[in-house]
Write a protein that binds this ligand. Structure first.
Ligand code: GLU
Length: 416
């Protein structure tokens, strides 16, 4: 990946996509200023005592982009790459995501600059609690609601809920993605990956293809990639390539997904399991397949590897996995892309269900969660396809336009 595309560029990439949408929709200049920038960016210092009793100082961010359609909403990641630009881009992406799938939230994101592999469980707990102690005044169940993201999970959410509760009283609706035994929602854990599969299967149906004759490559075997693999495998797709941080595995006859899921759940890495051929993450992205699903980090597909991508279609499961230049190359090569704000919205959709359950102290069945997830995602999918066909634009453009239009309309009602 070229330096120009990695250094702080996810925000630049994102703003380019926004700008193009503003142009298509002829958004007024004052509105552009409002939408292209966040409402609030907070950087906090989080000192913790490490296992030897020494002080270690970390830095965390919370960026609140837009709350015109409802409280700020978005995950918190623990990652060495977390910085103000990245978190801002991710916060903006949440605004468009919640607008596109029409859940009553705005967009926010959080991040702590840390490599969680270097910390013990109790140090991670101190970090999660310290973060909440520093930002508790700007969040709240009607103000800004947190959730898991890269390297955070239901355990992290439980610590965060507990830390918030110690200051404000028992408030389960302050975070979503909690353990089910702690007011979490059934179906939330697998929701993002399930959503990716729902979109992929609907797209196949639309194009008159069957899962049985579809090969899939997934980059990333974390919460999103692993459940996407599981649901697509169960639907009959052949998962031919998978990768995690340690590298990838390829078998044109299909990988044993349930076995690999078990391995990942036990904390194992794909490099340690001898199935198929081993390959690097970079090689994996260039495998021949029907559907390629980047489900790891930003900017996985960029100007250098986009010309070599051999997939027929791409489903963006990570947030912003394709740079602007990479995307233009794919368009020239006629490789259609289903965008992140639709494909990975399953997580925030079920977060919305969790939040409503918490506010009402009422629990939904798994069946109800899945049914509503399906309905919410497929409604958005159909609007995207309809708009793309009507205006002869790409799915990514149609998604952005639908989202921006909704945010602009609501702003007009509230501010003019
Ligand atoms: N971190 C997830 C995302 O990027 C989920 C956010 C949420 O549930 O609030 O969409």
């Amino acid at each position: 990946m070229s330096a120009s595309e990695t250094n702080g560029s996810p925000l630049k990439t994102h703003k380019q996509f926004c700008h193009e949408s503003f142009e298509r929709l002829k958004v007024r200049d004052d509105m552009r200023e409002l939408l292209a920038n966040p409402y609030r960016q907070v950087k906090v210092q989080i000192p913790i005592k490490d296992k030897n009793g020494n002080l270690r100082v970390f830095y965390g961010y919370r960026v609140q982009h837009n709350a015109v359609r409802g409280p700020y909403k978005g995950g918190v990641r623990f990652h060495p790459g977390a910085n103000e630009d990245e978190v801002t881009m991710l916060a903006m992406n949440m605004t468009w995501k919640t607008a596109l799938v029409n859940v009553p939230f705005g967009g926010a994101k959080g991040g702590i600059l840390v490599d969680p592999k270097e910390l013990t469980a109790s140090e991670l707990q101190s970090l999660a609690r310290g973060y909440i102690e520093k930002i508790h005044l700007i969040i709240g169940p009607q103000r800004d609601i947190l959730a898991p993201d890269v390297n955070t999970n239901e355990k992290t959410m439980a610590w965060m809920m507990d830390a918030y509760g110690k200051i404000h009283g028992y408030t389960p609706a302050i975070v979503t993605g909690k353990p089910v035994t702690l007011e979490g929602s059934l179906g939330r854990k697998e929701a993002t990956g399930k959503g990716v599969a729902i979109i992929a299967l609907e797209w196949l149906k639309q194009e008159g293809r069957t899962p049985a004759d579809t090969s899939v490559v997934i980059q990333g075997f974390g919460n999103v990639g692993s459940f996407a693999a599981q649901f697509l495998h169960e639907a009959g797709c052949k998962i031919v390539g998978l990768s995690d941080v340690s590298g990838g595995r390829y078998d044109p006859k299909g990988l044993p997904v349930p076995e690999l899921m078990k391995l990942a759940a036990e904390g194992g890495l794909l490099k340690d399991i001898k199935v198929g051929e081993s390959l690097t993450n970079a090689q994996l992205l260039e495998l021949p397949c029907n559907i390629l699903i980047p489900a790891a980090l930003e900017a996985a597909i960029h100007e250098e590897n986009a010309p070599r991508i051999k997939a027929q279609w791409i489903i963006e499961a990570a947030n912003s996995p394709i740079t602007h230049t990479g995307y233009e190359i794919l368009q020239q090569r006629k490789i259609p892309v289903m965008p992140d704000i639709l494909c990975n919205a399953g997580g925030v959709i079920v977060s919305y269900f969790e939040w409503t359950q918490n506010l009402q102290s009422y629990r939904w069945t798994l069946e109800q969660v899945y049914k509503e997830l399906d309905r919410t995602l497929l409604t958005a999918y159909r609007l995207v396809v309809e708009r793309a066909n009507k205006y002869q634009i790409t799915y990514k453009q149609a998604s952005m336009d639908l989202a921006v239009e909704r945010v602009v309309d609501t702003t007009n009602y509230r501010m003019y």
